[in-house]
Structure formats: structure tokens, C-alpha cells
Design a protein around this ligand. Structure first.
Ligand code: TXA
Ligand code: MG
Length: 440
């Protein structure tokens, strides 16, 4: 695979197209599963930017970044090898890590599930969606859930999408912008998170630009992503069905669906032992890592409320230390570290709209950092509170990690949350991967 194709082709700085509003389209009225059968694109003013991106995706081999409700995706036509290869090279993604595809409606999924015969005709007119997935589709789509489907042979998908596996991962995003874009392109979009490989996933267009400026030509900026962590990936083709990656749909929610009562966890977090290798190839790679060293305090660790262990601070000589603190439920401002008064706050991410469940404010507060023994100023402390419940925490997590990196933090202390609280498992999975030290 050519590693430098997008670099050569992306001659100038990446263009960011702001897309405002949310009236991109709607589902055609129906009932039950059919309720989400067909997505119609509206003629809103923002559709102009979407049309430009759609034309680009149809004709070029460089991917386009676009927002979904989980994180920004780096999209390409999933049916064309050259376009899909463009994703791997822009991200520096290992080629054995398959991509998920995104569809705007069930009609496009059914199209992919039909195999193509040699004369171009399609086989399989009946509904090929496995029964096991129907309750999940009804309840969670459009939304942050990716399901594994058998890949027909021959397949309409470029072989690079599945990286040689017999299945493909698919989801229908909840973002009207994402669904309209895919509908306008007319083919499923393969899209991993739009970060450089190993970095935290991007939840704003600015994050994408940080990682991929000059490596791609176009970013659609639709504001910050409400969920903030990636989709849950499940495999219902085995018995019992399994969760391959925790994400925006919790395991408890899955268990409420017929056929999914006994769903098992097939991923491993740091420190957990188990026999099997990770079933989602992506779960074996280093991930979600800022440049700074991350020290994670598990929610269950004794003495958690007291905050950061002062003795654990490894400091440089002089006053150039930059220490970040990301707080959730218990830690007070500054995470218990000795510091001066906090200066004026700086807004980091716009609070989400008031109708959202996760209306959090995310601000960076700065103070002088003092040495525990003699009180001398030894640098600065940057404090971010990302909220108390797992939905807010998920929404702010990657933004907070990236912001502290941008401000050159040497170390980031993070207060963890509980795995069994809603989407807490997804938050903790990402944090355990990002951490170089875990206090449990
Ligand atoms: O929320 C999301 O899922 C975002 C947005 C952009 O939709 N996308 C995303 O894609 O996170 P990516 O490529 O970063 O993660 C997809 C995960 C990887 O861990 C990959 O290994 C796994 O899904 N995966 C994809 N296809 C698979 C397959 N056929 N079998 C097993 N695992 C698969
Ligand atoms: Mg990713």
C-alpha cells in the first residue's frame, strides 16, 4: 500500500467546511423495522457543503472527515479499493484492522448483503438480515451500535474493508448530517475514527485537523459529537452473542433485547486475564493515547476521594512542570494537589444544546503548582471537570485528554468511573488503554 499517496495529493492545508443546522433529512414514515427503511435528504442550505463532500467522495481516493453522534469518522467509498486504501494511509492504520461501514437506511444494508453475480446482477431478494439482530436494529438504530454481518461472496465491499475476515461491521449513525452525506454519495462509507492511529478519537473538527491537517483535503465541521466515545461493536453470529468493544450502547441495554440476555464480554481491559486473543482486531493496538503520561485512578481504589497521591508525583527540577487533572465524581478542583488560586476559566468545548442529556460545561482551570514540602512554585496545574455521570464523562473524555496534550502536560491524573454505570465500561476501557499507570 502506498503510504504517501494522500500526502502528495493533499497539496494544501485541509479545508474545513462548517455545516450548520440539523434539517438534513428524515426517514420515510413506516412501522416497526420498516420505520427506518428509507432516509430522504432535504434541500437545506447546509446541503451545499454536503454535496461538495459527496461529489468528492464519489470521485477522489482521499477520505473526507465527517461528524457522527459518536466521534468524527474518516469516510471513503466502501466499494472502491483505492478509496479505502486512502483511509489506511491517511491514518497510518495497520492494514489488518478492518473498518466498519456506515449506511443511512436499511435499503443500503440490504444492498450490501446481496452478493453480486458475474454478470452484475444481484442475488438474494429475501431479507438477509439475521434474525438475532432485528431487536437490536429496532431499538438502537440509528445509533452507536455496530453489528457484524456475514460478508457475501462475491461482495460489493472492497476487500480492504474487511481485512480478510468473513464478516463486515456495519452501523447506521444517528447523526442526520452523516446519514445525509452517505445517502448523497449513494454507497456505504467505510469510516474509522478520524484520528491518527494511536491518538484519542476526535470529537470536534479541530481535533481532526490537529491529527490530519495536510493528510486529507476536506473536513465537514458539524460541531462536537454528543456521545463522545465510539460505538459498541457486537457479534451476534456466535452463541452466546458477544460484545467486542464497549461503546455508546451499554451491555445492560443489550441484555434487555430478546436473544441478547446472555451476551458476553469478548474484550479484555488492562490487567484482566483471559484465554482468547481480542476478537475485534482493533482492540489489540495501542489506542486513545495522548502524548502525556496518563495515571488512572480506578473508581474502586481505596482513598479515591482524597485525590492524587502527592508522593506519586514525579517532578522535573525548576518550575516547568505541567500537571493535568481530569475529574469526575469525587475529586475537588485540583485533584487534591497543592496549588495556588485558580485563574479565570477557559471554555474548552461548547456545552451541548439544552435538549441533550449531557449538557455539561467543560472548562480548563489553571493554577500555580506548589511543591508539597516547601510550597515553592514548581509549574502549573490544569484542571478539567468532565461531569459526574457516565454520559457526560464519555462526552468530555477525549476532548479533555487532547486539550491537556495541546497544553503540553507532562502527566495527566484521571479520576475513573464505575464500569457498571450505563456507558461507564466504554469510558474505562478507553482510559485503561490510554493509561501507563493504573491505581486500583
Ligand atoms: O463510533 C464508531 O464506531 C466510529 C464512528 C466513526 O462510526 N468508528 C470507529 O471505527 O470507531 P474504528 O475503525 O476506529 O473501530 C472499529 C472497530 C475496530 O476495533 C475494528 O477492529 C472492529 O471494529 N471491527 C471492524 N470490523 C470487524 C469485523 N469484521 N470483525 C471484528 N471486528 C471488527
Ligand atoms: Mg478508532
Amino acid at each position: 500500500m502506498s503510504q504517501d499517496l494522500p500526502l502528495k495529493a493533499a497539496r494544501q492545508r485541509t479545508k474545513v467546511l462548517r455545516v450548520v443546522g440539523s434539517d438534513f433529512g428524515k426517514f420515510r414514515e413506516n412501522v416497526g423495522l420498516e420505520n427506518i427503511s428509507e432516509w430522504e435528504v432535504s434541500q437545506s442550505p447546509s446541503a451545499k457543503a454536503l454535496l461538495e463532500a459527496a461529489n468528492y467522495l464519489r470521485t477522489k481516493d482521499i477520505p473526507v472527515a465527517f461528524p457522527t453522534e459518536t466521534v468524527y469518522g474518516l469516510g471513503a467509498d466502501a466499494t472502491r479499493t483505492a478509496a479505502v486504501k486512502g483511509i489506511y494511509s491517511a491514518k497510518n492504520r495497520p492494514s489488518d484492522n478492518p473498518l466498519i461501514i456506515h449506511v443511512p437506511d436499511l435499503d443500503m444494508l440490504r444492498y450490501v448483503l446481496q452478493s453480486t453475480t458475474e454478470n452484475g446482477a444481484t442475488n438474494g431478494s429475501h431479507d438477509q438480515i439475521p434474525e438475532i439482530y432485528k431487536p437490536l436494529i429496532e431499538r438502537f438504530w440509528p445509533g452507536p451500535l455496530t453489528i457484524l454481518m456475514p460478508n457475501p461472496t462475491p461482495s460489493k465491499l472492497a476487500p480492504e474493508v474487511t481485512a480478510g475476515l468473513k464478516t463486515f461491521g456495519v452501523r447506521m449513525p444517528a447523526s442526520p448530517l452523516a446519514r445525509s452525506l452517505i445517502k448523497l454519495v449513494g454507497v456505504p462509507l467505510a469510516a474509522p475514527s478520524a484520528n491518527a492511529s494511536t491518538k484519542p478519537s476526535p470529537t470536534t473538527a479541530a481535533h481532526v485537523l490537529e491529527d490530519l491537517d495536510g493528510r486529507i483535503e476536506l473536513i465537514l465541521d458539524g460541531g462536537s459529537c454528543p456521545v463522545g466515545v465510539e460505538s459498541t461493536v457486537v457479534d451476534g453470529l456466535c452463541d452466546p452473542p458477544v460484545v467486542l468493544r464497549p461503546g455508546g450502547v451499554s451491555i445492560d441495554e443489550l441484555r434487555e433485547c430478546p436473544g441478547w440476555e446472555n451476551v458476553e464480554k469478548a474484550y479484555k481491559d488492562h490487567g484482566e486475564t483471559g484465554k482468547a486473543a481480542p476478537r475485534a482486531p482493533g482492540m489489540k493496538y495501542k489506542h486513545y493515547s495522548p502524548k502525556a503520561q496518563v495515571v488512572l485512578y480506578e473508581a474502586t481504589c481505596s482513598g479515591l476521594e482524597k485525590g492524587v497521591d502527592q508522593q506519586a508525583l514525579e517532578l522535573k527540577d525548576g518550575n516547568s512542570n505541567i500537571v493535568g487533572v481530569i475529574r469526575t465524581r469525587h475529586w475537588k478542583m485540583g485533584g487534591g494537589l497543592l496549588c495556588g488560586n485558580f485563574k479565570e476559566q477557559e471554555r474548552l468545548v461548547e456545552p451541548l444544546e439544552s435538549d441533550s442529556q449531557v449538557g455539561i460545561e467543560l472548562e480548563v482551570r489553571e493554577a500555580d503548582l506548589h511543591k508539597p514540602l516547601d510550597g515553592a512554585t514548581i509549574g502549573k496545574l490544569l484542571d478539567i471537570s468532565i461531569g459526574k455521570d457516565s454520559r457526560s464523562i464519555a462526552h468530555g473524555l477525549f476532548s479533555a485528554l487532547r486539550e491537556l496534550d495541546r497544553r503540553s502536560a507532562d502527566v495527566i491524573f484521571v479520576e475513573g468511573t464505575l464500569d457498571d454505570e450505563d456507558i461507564g465500561a466504554a469510558v474505562m476501557n478507553r482510559l485503561r488503554k490510554a493509561a501507563s499507570q493504573i491505581k486500583s
